[in-house]
Write a protein that binds this ligand. Sequence first.
Ligand code: NDP
Ligand code: ZN
Length: 351
Amino acid sequence: MKGLAMKRIGEIGWIEKEAPKCGPLDAIVAPLAVAPCSSDVHTVWEGALGDRHDMILGHEAVGEVVEVGSMVKDFKPGDRVIVPAITPDWLSIEAQDGFAQHSGGMLSGWKFSNFKDGVFGELFHVNEADANLAILPDSIPVAEASMIADMVPTGFQAAELADVKLGDTVCCIGIGPVGLMAVAGANHMGASHILAVGSRKDCANAARGYGATDIINYKNGDIVEQVLDKTDGKGVDKVCIAGGDVNTMQEAIKMVKPGGIIGNVNYLGKGEFVTIPRIEWGCGMSNKFIHCGLMTGGRLRMEKLASLVEVGKLDLSPLLTHRFKGFDKIEEALLLMKDKPSDLIKPVVTI
Ligand code: NDP
Ligand code: ZN
């Protein structure tokens, strides 16, 4: 079968591979819609995970089941499914401990395009199908549904990690597709003021649509000063981080109030250390909390998020600025993600 692969750090290309084999608990799925991710860009062009050779990329997909293992109970060939980017081993000790996404070791629930071939192949393998697949509701188009695989759960998780509460003032740093879903998540969880940080006009407009009350452009000066200006010097209750670099945590610490919580889902592709400013961290006594996380995978999470889309409480179409048709277009879509033109939020390829 054919797939778009990372050949080595800095190089992608189409390769031929043997089709994946189905274990008793597993499924083999053919993609119906896939989306490239900023994480694919970190992986290939920043070598963030280390070198990988001829590994098929991609971890955001909806698809059609073509084969299931003998012990799979709830899925059958022909089912249309949402496939979460993170597919944990649900029988692991880490899953029992509440962090299934780290089953098998830190970040190891992230299997696609990390430890095994991803979803940019003509077929792909899903472990523990009953726990890791979700039925795609008929009312959600496949392109929109592909956003439920990673963008929605990751962005919402930023708001959950920050423990946004009714009436909170929240700063969302980064308003690419993940940050926009952090804005939407914070809005759903009851935030009052949502200060969204980005520089691109189209992202800012989408952020307003998802509930941002103020837009802050990090290219127009220090974002901490801008946030303090807009909050009468008080700072914010919560911060969601879905963009920036190793220095962004310092800004978050400076702008959050004592007792505040920072929820980080940003994937730091470069840099050795994340530093914390001593004074603004109350010399270690500020009661400012940092929570960080890999997306939670699993069927239940996918079904719950899909239900928000089904009932019309979450519109994913504003994320999809660039739509492609045909398997061969995956390469163009991925390169677009790397180049990030100013009008891009998210490309999607329907097969
Ligand atoms: P994008 O690159 O599309 O968005 C990044 C956002 O950050 C943009 O709004 C950008 O602004 C903004 N930004 C860039 N530099 C700065 C800065 N110095 N200060 C403040 N804001 C800045 O990324 P995605 O939305 O696709 O993904 C966000 C992150 O989430 C990525 O690192 C990705 O790998 C990670 N991720 C993590 C997952 C997890 O499980 N934890 C899962 C999936 C993704 P603009 O472009 O407007 O200038
Ligand atoms: Zn992703």
